[in-house]
Write a protein that binds this ligand. Sequence first.
Ligand SMILES: [Zn+2]
Length: 312
Amino acid sequence: MSTPSVRTAPFFAFLALCVACDATGAAPEHTAFDAERAWKHLEAQVGFGPRPTGSDALEATRLYLEGQLRAAGLEPKREVFDCPEAPYGAIRVTNLLADIVAPGADAAKLPIVVLATHYDTKKMGFPFVGANDGGSSTAVVLELARVLAERPSSRVVWRMLFLDGEEALRPYWEDPDNRYGSRHHVKALVERGEAKRVKACILLDMVGDANLVLTRDSYSDPRLQQIVTDTAAELGLEKHLGRTPELIKDDHLSFLAEGIPSIDLIDFQYGPANAYWHTRDDTLANCSKESLGVIGKLVLGAVPALEAFATR
Ligand SMILES: [Zn+2]
């Protein structure tokens, strides 16, 4: 798969530079997403090994994410929570946040649109590297942070949110043993009076599947679903959208519980009958750079509509 690249066409490169100089807050081009960079972020995470909550490998991942965000000109912040509700004794989770704010903008007065991913991997009885589940969405959000930061919006604050503790500590998923990072994050949003400014949360999870078809999650906000559907049609990406409704429990539920419109962009059909999910088969070999590129383009393509939604 290839897309017209501004890097290889001098005329378009000139145009792109001019637009980049324009401080009107124009939306980033969806072609600006670099799947190659995203893939390198995925390889880096897998290189740290299994990354469950509380592990040294997850701290190494955090340091990597922070370094990349700083390189993009952002100031990542850590958000730490102790979670006494965990089934085997209290755990500590650490989210990372990086806000993208236009120069001179009064960030405290702008609506916030969240782009979220979980970056922990499920603790298993074998070395589970979570290339797709944890790695892929984190790689994409990191690359989206770079692109969005190049041309900050004057209409909204784009908040990159890297969540810890999405995975259940028990083998199965039973509340409240899951979504530790997002649940505590939303609680903190409410406590500091910021929740009302958060107009939408776009959650990415398991977006690296080489055979990428996003699940149509029925918990997700129908208006955000429509934006994604329309954008996919505009960009010729409809084949990556599934049509059968399913109910997916993921970090977006923490936002929805507080009335924040949210959508989960997830492909919950990873391998035949989802056979690669939470197994040794969740590896780089079953992910693809092209899939990361598809999601990157889709999200960037939806930026104008998402900003309109957030400022309606
Ligand atoms: Zn998982």
